[in-house]
Design a protein around this ligand. Structure first.
Ligand code: 13P
Length: 252
């Protein structure tokens, strides 16, 4: 049985005091045990404080991006070494906003995914099609290629530990959730692609999240699907009570 992984992606929101208040509310109430993992994906300036606040709990802290090099002349960038040193455990890579607004390519996402494993960080690799691509029946070609390229060159063990987040671009921040059947259909295909390039055993282990307008009202139905193992949540993860409800849903 795969565990459920609920990750809140705050994107570029909150200031430090608000981030601290969120953790004060969430950390004492977060469920314990092996059924569900709760991850807070926060902006870089908050990470150090949030890791401190999460100590002694099972809440994990993630970055929303990173560079693939360890160090060097890359003004404005943050390296995997820096994240690891802070106690960050996960990193979101290839989010559609980074692909669209910051021109991140599949090749770059692959470099970052390899760099994450080189520093013992768990990558949450985002994939997903645009509305135009869905309407042109290209969803599986696009998503399959994104998955293949992201995990190229990883060992089977590393692929098994990768978290893949299927986030249809048309469902992000729009209030339009993919139906649970639509979401599951693509997650099932993603697992098949993973099986093709690794093995059935690895594909059985890999955690596949759905993301795109997930909220407490629709999370149960999404998590009940055969191939959806969690959620990557934007808007509904900003409020501590809402985030806790989403994490609770993962224990059912
Ligand atoms: P929303 O939940 O706000 O639609 O955002 C989804 C997302 O992009 C999470 O990474």
């Amino acid at each position: 049985m795969r565990k459920k992984v609920i990750a809140g992606n705050w994107k570029m929101n909150k200031v430090l005091s608000e981030a601290g208040e969120f953790m004060d509310s969430v950390v004492p109430k977060a469920p314990k045990g092996n059924d569900v993992e709760a991850i807070v994906c926060a902006p870089f300036p908050f990470l150090s404080k949030l890791v401190e606040q999460a100590k002694g709990s099972e809440v994990k802290v993630a970055a929303q991006n990173m560079h693939f090099e360890d160090s060097g002349a890359f003004t404005g960038e943050v390296s995997p070494v820096m994240l690891k040193d802070l106690g960050v455990t996960h990193v979101v890579l290839g989010h559609s906003e980074r692909r669209e607004l910051f021109a991140e390519t599949n090749e770059l996402v692959n470099k970052k995914t390899k760099a994450a494993f080189a520093h013992d960080l768990t990558p949450i690799v985002c994939v997903g099609e645009t509305l135009d691509q869905r309407e042109a029946n290209e969803t599986m070609n696009i998503v399959g290629e994104q998955v293949k390229q992201a995990i190229a060159g990883l060992t089977n063990e590393q692929v098994a530990e990768t978290i893949i987040a299927y986030e249809p671009v048309w469902a992000i921040g729009t209030g339009k959730t993919a139906t649970s059947e639509q979401a599951n259909e693509v997650c099932t295909e993603i697992r098949k692609v993973v099986a093709e390039v690794t093995s059935a055993d690895v594909a059985e282990k890999v955690i596949i999240q759905y993301g795109g307008s997930v909220k407490p009202a629709n999370v149960d139905e999404l998590l009940a699907q055969s191939d959806i193992d969690g959620a990557l949540v934007g808007g509904a993860s900003l409020d501590p009570e809402s985030f806790l409800q989403l994490v609770e849903a993962g224990t059912k």
